[in-house]
Design a binder for this molecule. Structure first.
Ligand SMILES: *Cc1c(COP(=O)(O)O)cnc(C)c1O
Length: 431
């Protein structure tokens, strides 16, 4: 080992030999912010501990699932108990019914639900179902929205695709991308134009109802209502991708918070309590078309896996039975917002902080940030510098300006005060 090398640096060098880029998901590589990714060893509550034993206040929370903090005891205990009775059957279990009934009881407009193992699978399957149901091929997505890495969605996608500034993805055929139409977020007129130009050909409009993969972007008043109206008029399936917002913004997700109903909804992240889980659901009339009831094929060897189900069930039941959690999350996020905003104003740094519930992000922009173009035009080099200053001081932010920060209930007001203090110290160096 070279002198002064951290254990993370050592592990990263070793990882790169057998894992492409040293990581199993691109944003983890710190490529856009620079430097070496931090290898984690364990986490509890609001804190993660790296391979060198250094502690970080966590603002990623596994990209959302750890809403109640890491190693949340009821979830850990439920997993341990369940594992003793076998980790997989490949046959149906009562627990899957309980999970479906719980989801249906919490999510508006969801009569039936199919479990999968990731958000990618959920979105890919929901799109196939919308196409099978309508008999149409094309669909509309929004620039900077991320719906997982299925071929059809890798056109003007957010998250890592935006972070690495990937314009076209090799391996995605032109034939597939041709059916993916894109519009800027919050631009209803652009959507109307696409619909007019492709009359009777659009199967679905899919959207992150509060976008989180270009930083946090909030839907402007009337935008969702307008999309809903277009879908009703044209017989288009309106898909809410609630992989990020589901069970985070409210027990009923963005549908509940925005008061808009979707035809199909996709879930991931929180729904698995930290295990690999996704789901898609909606009205019975549409869901009936999924195999084995209908002909739209969709399957999964490990779908509804007992360990994944008990983790997710325990998480969702806690959220359903304790609505105060949402108020606590909102209050803590508002407190962080106020603190950061104060520090930015004090130091005269142009900024736009977007917050919705417990999703928040900071863009170094002198204009409001309401779509991908505005997020991309911000001073993201400054974000990268902030990221490293925070990391140095034990605060772990998402390693890209194109990601939302996620708050957990485990975060204390003292943790937030410390976070604001460290951010303030960095910002003061810019004066
Ligand atoms: C994370 C995410 C996905 C993809 O989920 P994976 O579990 O990573 O496949 C899809 N849609 C949105 C909105 C997401 O945030």
């Amino acid at each position: 080992m070279a002198q002064n090398q951290t254990r993370s640096e050592e592990l990263f060098d070793r990882a790169k030999k057998t894992i492409p880029g040293g990581v199993n998901s691109p944003v983890r590589a710190f490529k856009s912010v620079g430097g070496t990714p931090i290898f984690m060893e364990r986490a509890r509550g609001a804190y993660m501990y790296d391979a060198d034993g250094k502690r970080y206040i966590d603002y990623i929370n596994s990209w959302g699932p750890m809403m109640l903090g890491h190693a949340y005891e009821p979830v850990v205990k439920a997993i341990q108990d369940k594992a003793a009775g076998s980790t997989s059957f490949g046959a149906p279990t009562e627990l899957e019914i309980e999970m479906a009934e719980l989801i249906v009881s919490m999510a508006p407009n969801v009569d039936m639900v199919r479990m999968v193992s990731s958000g990618t699978e959920a979105c890919m399957s929901a799109l196939r179902l919308a196409r099978g149901y309508t008999g149409r091929n094309k669909f509309i997505k929004f620039e900077g929205c991320y719906h997982g890495h299925a071929d059809a969605f890798l056109v003007k996608a957010g998250s890592g695709v935006a972070t690495f500034n990937i314009q076209t993805v090799p391996g995605v055929t032109a034939g597939v991308s041709m059916d993916t139409l894109t519009a800027p977020y919050n631009d209803l007129a652009a959507v109307q134009q696409l619909v007019d130009e492709n009359k009777g050909e659009i199967a679905a409009i899919i959207i992150e109802p509060v976008a989180g993969n270009m930083g946090c972007i909030i839907p402007e008043p009337g935008f969702m209502e307008g999309l809903r109206a277009i879908c009703d008029k044209e017989g288009i399936v309106f898909i809410f991708d609630e992989v990020m917002t589901g069970f985070r913004l409210a027990a009923g997700g963005a549908q509940e918070r925005l008061g808009i109903h979707a035809d199909l909804v996709t879930y991931g992240k929180v729904i698995g309590g930290g295990m690999p889980v996704g789901a898609f659901g909606g009205k019975e009339e549409i869901m009936r078309h999924i195999a084995p009831l209908g002909n739209v094929y969709q399957a999964g060897t490990l779908s509804g896996n007992p360990i994944a189900m008990i983790a997710g069930y325990t998480m969702l039941k806690t959220l359903k039975d304790n609505p105060g959690i949402y108020k606590e999350l909102d209050d803590k996020t508002a407190y962080l917002h106020k603190g950061l905003s104060g520090a930015l104003v004090d130091c005269n740094v142009p900024h736009a902080i977007n917050r919705f519930g417990s999703m928040i992000s900071v863009h170094f922009s002198d204009k409001p940030v309401n779509n991908f173009a505005a997020a991309a035009a911000a001073n993201n080099t400054l974000f990268n510098n902030l990221f490293h200053a925070m990391l140095e001081n034990g605060v772990y932010l998402p390693p890209s300006a194109f990601e939302t920060w996620f708050i957990s209930t485990a975060l204390s007001m003292k943790d937030i005060d410390y976070t604001v203090e460290v951010a303030g110290e960095f910002l003061a160096t810019l004066r």
